[in-house]
Design a protein around this ligand. Sequence first.
Ligand code: MN
Length: 287
Amino acid sequence: MKLCRFDKGRIGVVDGRAVADVTPALDVLPPLTWPLPLGDHLIANLAAVRERIADLLAEAPRLALEEIHLLSPVANPSKIIGAPINYRKHAEEAIADTAISHGRDLKSKTIADVGLFLKANSALVGPSEGVALRALDRRNDHEVELAVIIGRRGSDISRENALDHVAGYAIGLDMTVRGPEMASLRKSLDSYAVLGPWLVTAEEIENPNDLEIELRVGDELRQNSNTRNLIFDVEGLIEYASAYYTLYPGDVIMTGTPEGVAAVAPGDILCAKIERIGSMEVRVSAA
Ligand code: MN
């Protein structure tokens, strides 16, 4: 199922270029009281919501994809986890270009050496919201990434059980200001974490480690690879991350970007595409 979040608090099931508005399925969500539990309330109750959606789907009003405002399919993650240098050829381009690596010694290094980073939740937007560049005097890059959305709370998750903890997948854009500061600063500006165009539920993607991934800026193909080139694959990232952080429903793992990262400018239109998920257009402006 391709589940999208759109307009003001609406959810839909995407079928080709049509969207069935199944917002009344949210009625099954249990009421919340303060303090709110960590994690996304919809993703935590996804099984119950899907059951209700199945009842509603045939009679649900249909909208055209073009007329809705697509938001991040996850509204309230407890965290957005980033994976640096997780494709060999991206690590090589970062080593070769000091404008990317900024003095960081990345030679022969992987996540096992440098770890993961977090992006601020306040950076999260959906494709229709676009990216508003804030540091216009700096190099701002696109990074297209497979995003994994956690469905079930877990800590110290083994590789063997890792995919049981996945709710689904989406396309992530890990927008980045290049520079010497910590990644958690440079990658956390408002709108620098794009998630979309929808969540594809896990059962539709048997093997997340074999998906074509690409990003175009206008007509120009900038990034083009396959998730089989991940150094830490999806299971490996869940195992590694959950050894440090408890993962909550709705947590997002951006799995790293392939080679071809390059600068964006206001006016650019990014088109990101991942096999079996779909594609999304994201407009770049100045904040
Ligand atoms: Mn990245």
